[in-house]
Design a protein around this ligand. Structure first.
Ligand code: M6R
Length: 610
C-alpha cells in the first residue's frame, strides 16, 4: 500500500540522488500519501528527513533535495499500523542509527518480534510494524554478522507481506532488499541502480528492469545486482530475468492534462487499440479453460469486480455458460465447495490486490484452475495463475480505474466470443459481426468522448451540487451503472447508488423527490421498453432524469431532462462506450467540488492489505 524506492550511484554519476528519489516518490505517490521520507548514508552517518503529509508539503518543510549522499532510499506511505504522523513516517531506524529501512506491506508477527526486541533493550520510536526490522538487523549486526547476513537473518523472522529496502552504514554503497507479496522492481543503469515498487518511478533513468520474486533477497550497488532465494540460496541468473520496458516515462506522466485521471480517460481509444493488437493465442487457451470447466467462478474487487459482472453477463448471454461472480473479499464462503475441475477467473488491473490474491490462493489450493486478467506483467496474481490474459492499458496512475476497466471488458468479450465459437453457442455470422464491432470500438469511444465531453461537463455543473444520486440500468446496463456510481462516490464524494432499474418500486423510489438526480443507462437491447417505463416513473416523482441513450431512441429524449446520445452499436460493446462518459461526469463533478480526482481521500491505488 506504500511506495518504496532507492538508488545507489557512483560519485558524480547522477546529480543530486536525493532530488531524483524525491521525483521518483512523486511517481509513486498514488500508492499512498499519508507521509513521506528519505534516508541516506553520508560521511558514516544515516541522514533521515521525513514527515506527515504529501510529498510537496513535506519537501517544502524538510528540503528533501538537500539530503546528501549517493545511496538514498525513500518512502511514501498509506497508513496501516499507526496513524499518519511524523514518527510513523518511513524510513525507520534502529537504536544505534546504523540502519534505515523502508517497507511496503504488513508484518503480521511484528508484535511478537517487538516484545522480544524490547525485552533485549531496544527502544521503539514509532507504532509501525516496519520498525522491528531495523532493530532486528541491528541485533544481528551487534552479534557480529556481516551486513548482508544480518539483513537476511532479520528477514527470515518476518511473517507477512513485504517489499523492503535497507541501508546499513558499514556498507555505504549498498541497498539491501527483500520481497514477499508486495511488488519490487530493480532498474539497472550505468554506474547506478534503482529499486522501486513500480517501474514508472525510475523509468526516466533506465528502462532495463528485473522483477524481484517472492522470497528473494539481495542487494544493489552502483555497479552490481545480486539476487538469491532466501530459503534455498539459489542465485538468480540476471541475464534470464532482464527485461526492456518499451513504454516511456512521458507515457507515465500527465502529458499536458491537469490530472492523470483525465489523461487516462482520453487514453482509452489507444489503450483499447493496443489491447486488441496484443490479443494472442492465450485468448483461445482461456476460452478452452472456460468451456471445459466444471463451474466458472469470477472474482475481483472494486472496478475490476464490475468488469467481472460484465464477464458474467457475456458468458451467460453469449456463450450460454453459467457463472458464479463473487467479490474477492467474500471468497471464504465458497471455498468448501471448490473442487478439481472448477475455474476461477481473477480480474485485477494491478495484479496485486490482496483480496483477489487470497481468493486465487485458496481456490488453487482446492484444485481449481486460475485464469487471470491483469494489466501488470509478472505481478503476483498472474504469477500464481495457470494462464493470464493481459490488458495493454499501460500504467494507470489515477487512483480511479478508467482505461483499465474498458480494456478488461475488451479482453473479456474477445475471450467469450472465442468460447462461443468453440462451444457453438452463437451463430458464426453473429460472432464475426461482433468481432468487427470490437475492432471499431476504439474509434466509437474516441468519437463519443470528443462529442460529449463539454456537455458532460455542463451536467457535472448540476450533479456536483447534489448529495445523492441513483444510477439505474437493466441487464448489461447494471454493471455499467455500478461502475458509474463507484466513480462518483470515490472521487467526487457524492453518495451514489446503482441498482437494477426494476428494483425501484421495491423500495429505493421512496427516496426520490423533486430534483433528486437519477441517471439511466439505456442500451439498445430487449430492456428498452421497460426502462422507458422506469424513466417515466421517476419523472412522475419530479426526479431530475439524465440518460445515456442510443442516439436513435427519440422517445427517451422526450421524457429525459438531459440526454447523452451514444453512437449506434451492438449493446454488447456498451460497457466500453458508455463508461467513459460516466468517468467524465465523476471527474468534472470532483473538480468542480474542489477535489483532486487523482488522489481521493482514504484510498490508495492498490490495496495490498486485507
Ligand atoms: O488492481 P485491481 O483491479 O485489483 O484493483 C481493484 C480495486 O481496488 C480498484 O478497482 C478500485 O475499486 C478503484 N479505486 C476503482 O476506481
Amino acid at each position: 500500500m506504500c511506495g518504496i524506492v532507492g538508488v545507489t550511484c557512483l560519485q558524480g554519476k547522477l546529480s543530486s540522488p536525493a532530488k531524483i528519489i524525491r521525483k521518483c516518490l512523486e511517481k509513486l505517490e498514488y500508492r499512498g500519501y499519508d507521509s513521506v521520507g528519505l534516508a541516506s548514508i553520508f560521511k558514516g552517518m544515516i541522514v533521515v528527513r521525513k514527515g506527515k503529509g504529501k510529498i510537496e508539503e513535506v519537501h517544502r518543510r524538510m528540503n528533501f533535495d538537500g539530503v546528501p549522499g549517493n545511496t538514498v532510499i525513500g518512502h511514501t506511505r498509506w497508513a496501516t499500523h499507526g496513524a499518519p504522523s511524523d514518527n510513523n513516517a518511513h524510513p525507520h531506524i534502529d537504536c544505534g542509527r546504523i540502519v534505515a529501512i523502508v517497507h511496503n506491506g504488513i508484518i503480521k508477527n511484528y508484535m511478537e518480534l517487538k516484545k522480544k526486541l524490547i525485552a533485549k533493550g531496544h527502544i521503539f520510536r514509532s507504532e509501525t510494524d516496519t520498525e522491528v526490522v531495523a532493530h532486528l538487523i541491528e541485533e544481528y549486526l551487534n552479534k557480529g554478522f556481516k551486513p548482508y547476513e544480518a539483513f537476511k537473518k532479520a528477514i527470515s523472522h518476518v511473517k507477512g507481506s513485504y517489499a523492503i529496502a535497507a541501508i546499513i552504514i558499514s556498507e555505504p554503497n549498498t541497498i539491501f532488499f527483500a520481497k514477499k507479496d508486495s511488488p519490487l522492481i530493480i532498474g539497472i543503469g550505468d554506474g547506478f541502480n534503482f529499486i522501486a515498487s513500480d517501474i514508472p518511478a525510475f523509468l526516466e533513468h533506465t528502462r532495463r528492469i528485473v522483477v524481484v520474486k517472492d522470497f528473494e533477497v539481495g542487494y544493489i550497488t552502483p555497479t552490481n545486482v545480486f539476487i538469491e532465494n532466501l530459503h534455498t540460496g539459489k542465485i538468480v541468473d540476471l541475464s534470464k530475468r532482464l527485461r526492456f520496458i518499451s513504454w516511456t516515462a512521458e507515457m507515465a506522466a500527465k502529458a499536458g492534462y491537469p490530472h492523470y485521471m483525465l489523461k487516462e480517460i482520453h487514453e482509452q481509444p489507444r489503450a483499447l487499440r493496443e489491447t486488441i493488437n496484443g490479443l494472442g493465442e492465450e485468448i483461445e487457451q482461456a476460452a478452452n479453460m472456460i468451456i471445459n470447466a466444471r463451474r466458472v467462478f469470477i472474482t475481483a474487487a472494486g472496478t475490476s469486480f464490475h468488469a467481472g459482472l460484465v464477464l458474467d453477463y457475456y458468458l451467460n448471454s453469449i456463450a450460454g455458460i453459467a457463472t458464479i461472480p463473487l467479490i474477492a473479499s467474500e471468497y471464504s464462503k465458497y471455498v468448501r465447495s471448490v473442487k478439481h475441475g472448477d475455474l476461477l477467473i481473477a480480474i485485477s488491473q494491478s495484479g496485486e490486490t490482496i483480496d483477489t490474491l487470497m481468493a486465487v490462493r485458496e481456490f488453487k489450493k482446492r484444485g481449481a484452475k486460475i485464469l487471470a486478467i491483469s494489466n501488470v506483467i509478472d505481478s503476483a496474481i498472474p504469477r500464481e495463475s495457470d494462464l493470464t490474459v493481459y490488458t495493454r492499458a499501460g500504467p494507470e496512475i489515477g487512483v480511479a480505474a478508467t482505461k483499465t476497466f474498458t480494456t478488461q471488458v475488451l479482453v473479456e468479450l474477445a475471450t467469450v466470443l472465442k468460447a462461443a465459437e468453440l462451444n457453438n453457442s452463437l451463430d458464426v455470422s453473429e460472432i464475426a459481426d461482433l468481432r468487427k464491432q470490437l475492432e471499431k470500438t476504439p474509434k466509437i469511444v474516441e468519437k463519443t468522448i470528443m462529442k460529449h465531453e463539454a456537455f458532460v461537463n455542463s451536467i457535472a455543473e448540476i450533479v456536483h451540487r447534489k448529495n445523492s444520486m441513483y444510477y439505474l440500468g437493466r441487464g448489461l446496463g447494471v454493471p455499467i451503472a455500478m461502475e458509474g456510481a463507484l466513480k462518483l462516490k470515490e472521487i467526487a464524494y457524492i453518495h451514489a447508488e446503482a441498482y437494477p432499474a426494476g428494483e425501484s418500486k421495491h423500495g429505493p423510489i421512496a427516496l426520490v423527490e423533486k430534483d433528486f438526480p437519477v441517471l439511466f443507462i439505456v442500451l439498445d437491447d430487449e430492456n428498452s421498453e421497460n426502462i422507458l417505463g422506469n424513466v417515466t416513473e421517476m419523472k412522475a416523482r419530479n426526479a431530475l432524469t439524465i440518460g445515456l441513450i442510443p442516439e436513435h431512441f427519440e422517445e427517451f429524449k422526450e421524457v429525459l431532462d438531459h440526454s447523452i446520445k451514444i453512437p449506434l452499436h451492438d449493446h454488447l460493446i456498451s460497457p466500453m462506450t458508455y463508461t467513459p462518459i460516466l468517468q467524465l461526469l465523476a471527474y468534472y463533478s470532483a473538480v468542480k467540488r474542489g477535489y483532486d480526482p487523482d488522489k481521493p481521500r482514504n484510498l490508495a491505488k492498490t490495496v495490498t492489505v486485507e
